[in-house]
Design a protein around this ligand. Structure first.
Ligand SMILES: N[C@@H](CCC(=O)N[C@@H](CS)C(=O)NCC(=O)O)C(=O)O
Length: 215
């Protein structure tokens, strides 16, 4: 059955891999699954056809036969559940890997998004100078804790898993800010994720979309 995902027709980051279709592409590449991509404009994302797939008018979405889902956590979990390579077979190790998926999206990502919004969307507000450092510290706390847990390990819990895929994807959003480099073990962890052939293929595929000239 053909897998079709949606992605930005033109990503605001110009192809740095921060748009969330990259996570889904990465999971598909890790699982060795071919997929098609339907590109959508910002306008089309808010129109009924796309809203039927994604009630919040965002990308990515995932379609496979009768199945249509959204939310990167759910999509990566679906891929990991049905294909080898992203979740351990052992039930307890699997539960721990799933825990890291939730930790990435529920604990680590929210302050990172808050920080990005404080800088990008509210950076010109009179209170931004006071707020941005506060929000940056809210990013640092879970990073310090994550770094302590990772220690010298290659991945968060044994072999690379969907938990690492989502954690690396979330942390990548911080690179431009310099905060990631304050935590050398996390910066090295992210670099290990980026070095995976499947990540490289996913990154190149989304970059190719963003590098092309629109008519
Ligand atoms: N929690 C959602 C977030 C989806 C999301 O925010 N997507 C962004 C692209 S990375 C988007 O579509 N933004 C356009 C908009 O909100 O209009 C997920 O993980 O899938």
């Amino acid at each position: 059955m053909t897998i079709t995902i949606t992605a930005f027709e033109r990503s605001p980051d110009g192809g740095k891999g921060l748009a969330r279709d990259t996570r889904v592409r990465w999971a598909l590449e890790e699982a060795g699954l071919p997929y098609e991509v339907r590109l959508v404009s910002f306008k089309a994302m808010k129109e009924p056809a796309h809203l039927a797939l994604h009630p919040f008018g965002k990308i990515p979405t995932y379609e496979e036969g009768d199945l249509a889902i959204f939310e990167t956590g759910a999509i990566v979990f679906h891929i990991a559940e049905h294909h080898a390579g992203l979740l351990p077979k052992d039930a307890t190790a699997r539960a721990r890997a799933i825990t890291w998926m939730f930790a990435a999206l529920n604990t680590v990502e929210p302050p990172i998004l808050e920080f990005a919004n404080a800088k990008l969307l509210e950076g010109d507000k009179p209170w931004a100078q006071e707020r941005v450092p506060l929000v940056a510290d809210r990013v640092r706390l879970p990073l310090r804790q994550l770094s302590a847990r990772l220690g010298d390990a290659e991945w968060l819990d044994g072999a690379f898993s969907a938990g690492d895929l989502l954690m690396v994807s979330v942390l990548l959003r911080l690179r431009m800010s310099g905060i990631l480099d304050e935590f050398p073990s996390l910066a090295a962890y992210v670099a290990r994720g980026e070095a995976r052939p499947a990540y490289k293929r996913a990154f190149a595929a989304q970059l190719a979309v963003n590098a092309r000239t629109l008519p």
